[in-house]
Design a binder for this molecule. Structure first.
Ligand SMILES: Nc1ncnc2c1ncn2[C@@H]1O[C@H](COP(=O)(O)OP(=O)(O)O)[C@@H](O)[C@H]1O
Ligand SMILES: [Mg+2]
Length: 255
């Protein structure tokens, strides 16, 4: 059984059909990409898969469960984490607290335990703090643990977001334009971090990205959508040579 299977996903926003009959399978340890011009419906796919929206039509199975209609935190607990096209960190909390809270908040570490301040609560808090520090260490972010994200350069904020997503133990990581706003040195760094995460944690990664260098060097397989419809699926080389894809991007500065 694939880790993620999406069948006939369609999404309407009022009169606008943002996505039409979208299908996808992701296996364990895949590293795949979703590309397409602006407004094609890419973020909508992630919003549907991660529970931010409930699809107008279609089914989603993740880790053996039908997840259509589940709330985002429930999908996170099943093992799916995501980052956002526009960074969404808690800007007035420290980097460490951002990572800690992701685990308590999204994985629902017993609210009642927290209120009652039970032994179990303190044990969980301690475990979470240790794990958060480990993740910061692995992502070369330890020295920023006490800083607020808003005071960090953009490239580091992106890395904190990646660390936060990783801290929830995902089986599948969704990255929505992780290279957006990064300079070329930061992009090279990002490529290395993503490759390292994929190898080290043996997880599946599905990324949306406009920077062709990133998807072409990392992804085993790409899906291309345009106006909400899938126009091509293939390896990076196949996609680069595909006429429908070239046509869809014509006039777009990204190719
Ligand atoms: N919550 C929403 N309400 C109304 N329209 C939306 C909403 N989210 C996305 N759309 C529309 O759906 C289309 C696809 O958007 P999106 O998935 O963000 O595209 P992409 O990520 O490929 O740039 C766009 O026309 C966008 O305006
Ligand atoms: Mg988008």
């Amino acid at each position: 059984m694939p880790l993620l299977e999406v069948n006939h996903l369609t999404q309407r926003f009022g009169g606008l059909q943002a996505l039409t009959d979208f299908n996808m399978k992701i296996e364990e340890h895949d590293l795949v990409g979703l590309i397409g011009p602006n407004g094609a419906g890419k973020t909508t796919v992630f919003n549907l898969v991660s529970g931010f929206y409930t699809p107008s039509e279609g089914s989603i199975t993740f880790a053996g469960e039908a997840t259509r209609g589940l709330k985002p935190h429930a999908v996170t607990s099943l093992g799916m984490a995501r980052t956002f096209q526009n960074i969404r960190l808690w800007n007035d909390l420290s980097v460490l607290d951002n990572i800690r809270l992701a685990q308590t908040h999204w994985l629902g570490y017993g609210f009642l335990n927290a209120v009652l301040r039970t032994k179990k609560y303190f044990a969980a808090e301690k475990r979470i703090e240790e794990k958060s520090r480990d993740i910061l260490e692995m992502m070369d972010l330890s020295q920023y643990a006490g800083e607020c994200p808003k005071n960090l350069p953009y490239g580091l904020q992106r890395r904190v977001e990646l660390a936060r997503a990783l801290s929830t133990n995902p089986k599948l990581l969704l990255l929505d334009e992780p290279a957006a706003g990064l300079n070329s040195a930061d992009i090279d760094g990002l490529i290395r971090y993503i490759r390292w995460i994929h190898d080290e944690f043996k997880i599946s990664i599905w990324m949306i990205e406009h920077q062709m260098k990133v998807v072409m060097s990392l992804c085993q397989r790409l899906t291309v959508i345009d106006f909400g419809r899938t126009i091509a699926v293939g390896t990076p080389d196949e996609i680069k040579a595909n006429h429908d894809v070239i046509k869809a991007y014509l006039g777009d500065d990204n190719l």
